[in-house]
Ligand binder design. Sequence first.
Ligand SMILES: Nc1ncnc2c1ncn2[C@@H]1O[C@H](COP(=O)(O)OP(=O)(O)OP(=O)(O)O)[C@@H](O)[C@H]1O
Length: 228
Amino acid sequence: MDIHFDKVEVRFEGRTVIHPLDLTLSERRIGIIGLNGSGKTTIARMINGLVKPSSGRVTVNGFDTLAQEDEARGQSGFIFQNPQNQIILPLLREDIALGLKSRKLSKTDVTAAVDAVLDRFGIRHLGDRRAHELSGGELQLAALASVLVTQPKILVMDEPTNQLDIKNRNLVEETIRTLPEDVIVISHDLNLVEGMERVLLVRGGRIAADGEPARVIGEYRAMHGVPA
Ligand SMILES: Nc1ncnc2c1ncn2[C@@H]1O[C@H](COP(=O)(O)OP(=O)(O)OP(=O)(O)O)[C@@H](O)[C@H]1O
């Protein structure tokens, strides 16, 4: 990935939530950690243009999220905190197909692409199920399938293992670990971010630590008096 934040600030209703930020993201797997309300989601949402900088500029693989909004948004797929809000159509299979609508593929090609992505996550049997009937772990995998069918270059996930039991958390962590796509993951699950190449620690709208996961996680624990 090639993402640049250039003197980016974000203000909501006059309150600064991201202080001037200069950041280059080029690793394949990046974790973002920090306390509730520190600004992690706001930073991640700027990558697909859901939040626009109040000043400064964000480019994603060379596209400016303000001036080239559609191209920039096309670079990444976003998995929200609550995957149940992400699945719009009743049947999972229909929802995944919706992501392919703009491609103008034949019906056969759409079916093949949907089957392939369901198989990739071992959830073909869930294709004809209703999203509201799925368990938390199944929903996370379904959300991954519905985003990855569009083949985004970068996948941004906001707390993907939140609300999962130990078994589903393990399943989703393992799935994320083996994804070949470039990944940015916001998480309170330190196990998950430990396996990334680089971790950013956000504190009060600023990057408080940045680099090797074990070191940044260690600083996070020390900062809040949590023993390892
Ligand atoms: N649309 C908005 N309007 C006003 N304030 C907002 C908006 N979105 C976020 N904020 C505020 O910006 C700050 C950063 O929020 P953000 O969601 O980025 O934090 P976070 O680190 O992702 O938190 P969490 O771990 O709780 O998800 C918070 O104080 C939040 O209340």
